[in-house]
Design a binder for this molecule. Sequence first.
Ligand code: ZN
Ligand code: ZN
Length: 259
Amino acid sequence: MHYAALASGSKGNCHALADGERTLLIDAGISLRQIRQRLDALDFHAGEVQALALTHEHSDHIGALGVILRRTDWAILATRETRQAAELSQAVLIPADRWIELEAGRPLDWAGWRVLPFSLPHDAADPVAFRVEAGACACAVVTDLGQPTALVADHLQDLDLLVLEANHDVDMLREGDYPPQLKARILSRVGHLSNAAMAELLARVCSPRLRRLVLAHLSESNNHPDLARFAAEEVLRGTSVDLHVAHQRVPLALSDLSH
Ligand SMILES: [Zn+2]
Ligand SMILES: [Zn+2]
């Protein structure tokens, strides 16, 4: 099992999971051209993409949906509410024969992979994160959550790879020049995860099995990769977890996730 962060941040998100035969994308907030270029550059073959799973309808996660519907035959995995909200916000229709319905808390058998969407607190119609198990490998991609909940922590136990939001440093955000309403939204219970909240959640889910941690969805205005790293390193001290930071424009690939 292989993982790639093709893009991560408020200007567009796209993650890929591949086993050499098939590839599942999680979110498509960068252009289809960029998705294909970045997959090919990482030796993930764009032709192996079979499906796109949507976490929620914010445009940094589904901006390429219309083009993808027109130019590919990928299946679209989404909950009913996210499908409706995505159709409205992007002015597209997801045909019934391309839609695989997700329900938070209900695992889906997707070509032998176990894909489990689970709810998180965020200001969207029906936001989810994903835990994916394939063969001996378990991984999760968790971004766009205002706070770490017990339900989220429950779904992040015993992972080989965790991709986790570290959106902002609270002081940088408070002192920065975002408008007060936007600051309040990001800091709210349905906003984005701070470095400190990420570290708190990480401490609850860091198991001996965890080999790799990718910090994701970092704000370019209200965070610095070193601050996010320091927060995670405090928790990881004494472990052998490999720590990575996903970038908005520079893709990151991790291969052979299981051990
Ligand atoms: Zn986002
Ligand atoms: Zn969002």
